[in-house]
Design a protein. Structure first.
Lengths: 260, 252
């Protein structure tokens, strides 16, 4: 009886975690550059029915009758399907259509990846994201100052600044990064993704990288209809597992009632 | 009387195990490629009942027939019916439609089989399961993709952008009931060799859902609980009868 209760509990545990993830996805349905999390379940180890007072036929004793012990969540991965691009007309809103990520460098020099291209200029005229971290780019003009309004960024990320005299100068290029397997990226909040090791990150070739669209942002990839459907399924799966726990409890009650 | 008590107790133990199996199926209702299993019980301890009465000479006992005293676990049956394919749009998710298993290399060098095709790349760029066990190709080698930007056809041939081809090793078994489960959606086989599968098709960007049928399981759950209850009632009734025999027979 104890086994049934434990098996049911593992089911409730893992399904509850899935529900948490669905809630997290739904909460981020409006977060630009957010990539929805997918939950992956696995079954737990199996236990061979021993001869511990369990009635078995001779055939059953001859072959392994293996009873399961429940389920668990094996992994959580982000689904990097393209989100819909939304026009904002802000010159420093950038979106990637296709493969790749913007690189964001923190103060200690580590690079994080993001698809959220809501950038702005900081006090010293450098391109930063909404949290003030620098965007990794290839500067053609060292320490170039940029000012909003005169900046144009082409599909390959080349930044052209038009100065007061009407001259256009290419001052740098925004780099597009990728890792070999995106499912190894883990979200660290603020739509940043961190690779397992900094060595995994590489700069993408032009022919493979997605194109940069100026004046657009990438919507959250959360599909609300899908999440809500998943929520219904998960809710039902949860409640059916409470039934197996309830049944085990009833059965244990009957055992206790054997001798009134 | 005493035999009856044990017969009913056996029934309760078997029902409890069946219930544990239902609860295992229900706990794995969201586990990709999980195959529901059923515990099969059969009648046991068949005995011939002989008539000792009406036999003045006492030489020949006439047979009345046979009776079963109790029930036993006979088999665990896995239902390998196809699960529903769910779209994930992930390039390294593969589902098998039809019969077959992916071949996985375990750390001890032996092979395991799975239908859970949700893969990833490890540090070396090899195609591995979620738990990091390498997937084998048709030559028994690991698959060094190096990128997740791949396409796969229905036969399980994976093509990389730089035109390298890897063919997934899809196997099937003569008797799938001989497969044993080891958790994490993996199966192993002790006696019986895998053979190349035919009549399957690989779908990239899909995974196979669990084939547990909630309706069936809930009906089983009700049936088992009631069966358990009936056995409990039988034990109680026998207890009462025994009580009468012990306390009231011989009372004046």
């Amino acid at each position: 009886m104890n086994r049934i209760l434990q098996t049911g509990r593992t089911g409730l545990d893992s399904i509850q975690k899935k529900m948490d993830i669905i809630a997290h996805n739904i909460a981020n349905a409006q977060t630009d550059g957010y990539k929805n999390l997918d939950v992956h379940f696995g079954d737990l180890i199996y236990d061979r029915l021993a001869n511990r007072g369990i009635p078995q036929t001779d055939e059953a004793r001859g072959k392994p009758v293996e009873m399961g012990t429940g389920s668990r969540i094996k992994s959580l991965t982000h689904n990097f399907a393209q989100g819909i691009l939304r026009e904002t007309s802000r010159p420093l809103d950038l979106a990637i259509q296709g493969e790749g990520f913007f690189g964001i460098q923190n103060e200690s020099g580590d690079i994080f990846l993001t698809r959220n291209g809501a950038f702005s200029l900081d006090g010293s005229g450098r391109l930063v994201d909404s949290l003030g971290n620098r965007i990794v780019m290839d500067m053609f003009v060292p320490n170039a100052q940029m000012s909003e309004g005169d900046i144009s960024i082409d599909e390959r990320g080349t930044i052209t600044v038009t100065n007061e005299a009407g001259q256009s100068i290419e001052i740098g290029r925004i780099l597009i990064f990728d890792v070999a397997d995106k499912s190894t990226l883990h979200g660290i909040g603020d739509t940043y993704f961190s690779p397992e090791s900094q060595d995994d990150i590489f700069i993408m070739d032009n022919d493979q990288a997605g194109t940069i669209r100026q004046g657009f942002l990438e919507n959250s990839s959360v599909d609300l209809v899908k999440e809500l459907t998943e929520m219904l399924i998960t809710q039902r799966a949860y409640s059916i597992n409470t039934k197996s726990i309830q049944a085990a409890d009833d059965m244990w009650g009957m055992v206790n009632q054997l001798r009134r | 009387m005493i035999r009856g008590l044990y017969t009913s107790a056996m029934g309760m133990i078997v029902q409890e195990k069946k219930q544990a199996n239902v609860s295992q199926n229900l706990a794995n209702i969201e586990t990709p490629s999980f195959k529901q299993q059923e515990l099969i019980a059969s009648a046991s301890h068949r005995m011939n009942v002989l008539n000792r009465a009406n036999d003045p000479a006492g030489r020949r006992l006439s047979s009345i027939g046979s009776m079963y005293f109790g029930t036993s676990i006979d088999d665990l049956y896995t239902d390998y019916e196809q699960g529903v394919l769910e779209e994930t749009s992930k390039p390294l998710d593969f589902a098998i439609e039809g019969e077959g298993f992916f071949t996985v290399l375990l750390p001890n060098g032996s092979q395991a089989y799975t239908r859970d095709g949700s893969f990833r790349l490890n540090q070396n760029g090899e195609l591995v399961t979620r738990d990091g066990y390498p997937i084998l190709d048709i030559n028994g080698q690991t698959i060094l993709l190096g990128t997740d930007d791949v396409t796969a056809d229905a036969n399980g041939v994976i093509q990389t952008p730089d035109n390298r081809y890897y063919s997934l090793r899809i196997v099937s078994f003569e008797n799938m009931q001989q497969l044993q489960r080891m958790g994490d959606n993996l199966y192993v086989i002790e006696d019986g060799a895998p053979q190349a599968a035919t009549g399957y098709s690989i779908k990239q960007g899909y995974i196979e859902a669990s084939n547990v049928n909630p309706l069936e399981e809930l009906v089983k759950l009700i049936e088992i609980t009631r069966n358990f209850e009936s056995n409990q009632k039988a034990i109680q009734a026998m207890d009462e009868t025994l009580g009468k025999a012990v306390n009231e027979v011989g009372k004046l």
